[in-house]
Design a protein around this ligand. Sequence first.
Ligand SMILES: [Zn+2]
Length: 160
Amino acid sequence: MSQQQRYTPIRKEEFEDHLTTINKKLNNLTADHINIEIHEVTDPTGTKERVYEINIPRKHTSIRILSTIEGSISRPNGEDSIKTLLWHTKANRVISGKRFTKRLPLWESNLEEKVINLFQNYKHHIEKICPDCNGIPVKQEVGPFKEYYYCPDCGFQEDC
Ligand SMILES: [Zn+2]
């Protein structure tokens, strides 16, 4: 099916409409007292693409969606793809859970599936829980080949 490989440009309104749909589904899946919202945020890495965030029911943790949309339309490179990440909101760093949704004609259902799956199973994407405070350590680089875990909540450190 050559159609499967066709690059689909996505307009901002179209993308945000679909996020609204995903948001409704997340709220239907979640307990009544939790209000799930998807909102646009400024990305700390200075990327020009629009970044959206969903807060999840764990301290300092969210899902970020890197949309590939700059201004009002997605970037022209067809190899580029939408990313969904598990994010540490205090450290402003990725935790894990990097997924890719190619901007093909089925991008809506692909993105929806990945966001809902990450929302429901985010615990499986957390490699390490802080033994001191139950927070989520993030990886910090020390030179090109060495990393260590650092807990932004209490300062705990451990070699990876
Ligand atoms: Zn800690």
